[in-house]
Write a protein that binds this ligand. Structure first.
Ligand SMILES: [Zn+2]
Length: 97
């Protein structure tokens, strides 16, 4: 069955379960009850940025606090992003099963 475009909450729930509700950028716990608009709320971070051709499929997403996600999106933190991505193995395709 081909996955339809999933809603944000489903996406966050899947990423959260896969990550054990730990932010994949700072490795602090994420509270699933917080809104995605909260600085400590859960967001889906693109492993490969969309600007570089990354998709919004589960294999290219990881759980991140909103504040961590936004920090890495800013030019000032680009070097941190490179460092993190060098040390983070993208999620396996087995997540699709
Ligand atoms: Zn974080």
């Amino acid at each position: 069955m081909a996955p339809r475009r999933w809603r944000r909450q489903e996406r966050i729930a899947l990423l959260g379960q896969r990550a054990g509700w730990v932010c994949q950028l700072c490795f602090e716990p994420v509270d699933p009850s917080l809104s995605g608009n909260h600085p400590d709320g859960a967001t889906a971070d693109h492993v490969i940025p969309r600007s570089m051709g990354g998709t919004s499929e589960p294999g290219n997403l990881r759980l991140a606090h909103r504040r961590c996600n936004e920090k890495l999106a800013s030019p000032a933190h680009r070097s941190a992003r490179v460092f993190l991505e060098a040390g983070v193995v993208p999620p396996a395709r087995s997540a699709v099963n």
